[in-house]
Design a protein around this ligand. Structure first.
Ligand code: NAD
Length: 356
């Protein structure tokens, strides 16, 4: 990673105790940046993930809501960040089916509050600081809807969100765009494909399958297992965000993807094979025999595929991991960090089925 440019020495990160936000914060602090980390610590936020930063004066953690205007205004005035990176969100599609209101509250209303505070803070900056300030909004490829067998999402693809989660993210993307057009706030938006890697809450496909396969439990696969996602290693998502922050053109959106389309069933079988090789089941059975097809998720998008050539060609970003290297690292990380998984699962979530 490059050394910090003068423009990005101090960042306000929201949602930095969640999966991607925490990976980003750990990497950024290691690279010498100062981080003010604002996170509400919902079930998905976990301070354990940030324990390596304990006592590090380049990291300030504040528990709070992105929609709390008084708190955000105070933090901006006190810490004077050069940019805001908005990761905070309700992020699990199945949960959005059970309870969409929380998704609108954080992803739409919360982002609006954060944007208003950012706009007012930015207006009060002068000269170079005002010129250099950025608001980077982290979003998803799910806003584009579902693809057939052919084609990829580009930055020109029309939004067609199909779940309450993706609808709320689409609404937040539109607000970010509107704040740039209406008030001139220097915004950037990234739309990324499915992430995997260390510190992902075990409700998402890959860590859920790792946990269940380790325990020798049935491995639930929705529908026929042939839904396709593009998979990106989380560290590569973080490096893409850093690159967009550094060199992205104000007002633009950038797709981020791993060029790694896989059917869900292939992902599950890959995890099974990696675990069998590293830690075979006591009964000697291959873990693939634990696969159990379950009723599909309502409105389950069939295929996502992302064209990230704009980011690659304009800004020279490339993922460093293939799916094969990234998934092997991820399995090894979960094997080496069982206590992290046990501690995050101490909360209310017990790997039960949601959103059915
Ligand atoms: P996550 O659910 O693991 O973490 C979300 C974090 O936000 C948690 O720490 C939570 O406590 C915090 N949070 C929730 N509501 C908040 C609020 N009102 N105020 C402050 N903090 C709040 O999510 P993730 O997987 O790390 O995703 C981060 C961002 O990246 C999200 O915006 C998501 O839409 C986007 N994204 C995720 C993926 C993926 O595959 N996980 C892919 C593309 C984009």
């Amino acid at each position: 990673m490059n050394s910090p440019s003068p423009q990005t020495q101090s960042l306000m990160v929201t949602g930095g105790a969640g999966f991607i936000g925490a990976n980003f914060v750990l990497q950024a602090v290691a690279d010498g940046l100062r981080i003010i980390n604002l996170d509400k610590l919902t079930y998905a936020g976990n301070l354990d993930t940030l324990s390596l930063l304990h006592g590090n004066n380049r990291h300030v953690f504040v528990q709070g809501d992105i929609g709390d205007r008084d708190l955000v205004t105070k933090l901006l005035a006190e810490h004077r960040p050069d940019a805001i990176i908005n990761f905070a969100a309700e992020s699990h599609v199945d949960r959005s089916i059970d309870g969409p209101a929380e998704f609108v509250q954080t992803n739409v209303v919360g982002t609006l509050g954060l944007l208003e505070c950012a706009r007012d803070y930015w207006r009060g900056l002068d000269g170079e600081s005002r010129e250099a300030f950025r608001f980077l909004h982290v979003s998803t490829d799910e806003v584009y809807g579902s693809l057939g067998a052919e084609g990829k999402f580009t930055e020109q693809t029309a939004y067609a969100p199909n779940s309450p989660y993706s609808a709320s993210k689409a609404a937040s993307d539109h607000l970010v765009r509107a704040f740039q057009h209406t008030y001139g706030l220097p915004t950037l938006t990234t739309n990324c494909s499915n992430n995997y890697g260390p510190y992902q809450f075990p409700e998402k496909l890959i860590p859920l399958i790792i946990q269940k396969a380790l325990a020798g439990e049935p491995l639930p696969v929705y529908g026929d297992g042939r839904n396709i996602r593009d998979w990106l290693f989380v560290g590569d998502h973080c490096s893409a965000i850093r690159r967009v922050l550094e060199a992205g053109r104000v007002g633009e959106t950038y797709n981020v993807g791993g060029n790694a389309e896989r059917e869900n069933i292939t992902v599950v079988k890959t995890v099974c094979a990696l675990l069998d090789a590293r830690q075979p089941l006591a009964n000697g059975k291959p873990r693939e025999s634990l696969i159990a097809y379950v009723k599909d998720r309502p409105g389950h998008d069939r295929r996502y595929a992302i064209d990230s050539s704009k980011l690659q060609n304009e800004l020279g970003w490339q993922p460093s991991q293939t799916f094969e290297t990234g998934i092997a690292q991820t399995v090894d990380w979960y094997l080496g960090n069982q206590s992290w998984s046990a501690r995050v699962l101490d909360g209310s979530y017990r790997m039960e089925r949601l959103g059915s």
